[in-house]
Design a protein around this ligand. Structure first.
Ligand code: HEC
Length: 156
């Protein structure tokens, strides 16, 4: 009996495999760090074209404010929306993807101490990255190794 309970618990936990970074339902309440519009013709248009906003949780804000390394538990969100232009203005369209970085140095030794995950359309049930983080995300973020792998910086 005890074996059966253990087995079913194991099966349940492997069925709901942990994602690299859990979907943070409240990220729109975090601090807005910056926004950027990536237009057609930009080298990263295929992957990141559109209008993105970056948000930092309170722990990540300590990292942004002091510069250098980010404390354990820092989470930064990359909220990418389609950009709709017309009438000499650009407005937010549908959410394309929610990208996330979470600092957990023990768990993510291979990727600079950061876990990388992305949710298609901002849907918590659609994680995209999984075991592809090193190639899909970290490889490019290594360009900012001196800034703890974070590209953006804080402005007042
Ligand atoms: C080709 C390079 C490249 C790849 C690949 C890439 N990123 Fe980024 N990432 C950037 C750049 C450049 C920025 C800064 C954007 C800005 O300043 O608005 C950024 C910013 C971020 C941020 C905000 C923190 C920061 O570094 O400024 C997060 C979170 C993020 N990316 C997650 C991801 C995830 C998750 C993946 C993989 C699915 C990924 N990135 C793949 C280039 C990349």
């Amino acid at each position: 009996m005890r074996i059966l309970v253990c087995l079913s618990l194991f099966l349940m936990s492997s069925a709901q495999a942990e994602t690299n970074v859990a979907f943070p339902p409240d990220y729109r309440q975090w601090t807005h760090v910056k926004s950027m519009l990536i237009e057609p013709g930009h080298a990263l248009y295929e992957a990141f074209g559109g209008l993105h906003h970056l948000y930092a949780n309170a722990t990540a804000m300590q990292g942004y404010r002091r510069g250098g390394t980010f404390p354990e538990g820092s989470v930064i969100a990359f909220d990418l929306l389609a950009a709709q232009s017309g009438g000499h203005s650009v407005i937010e369209g549908e959410r394309k993807v929610l990208g996330l970085m979470k600092k957990d140095s023990k768990r993510f030794v291979e990727t600079g101490g950061w876990g990388f995950e992305a949710y298609a359309g901002g849907d918590p049930k659609k994680p995209l990255v999984g075991d592809k983080a090193a190639q899909a995300c970290y490889a490019c973020h290594t360009a900012r190794e001196q800034d703890d792998f974070v590209f953006s910086s804080w402005r007042d």
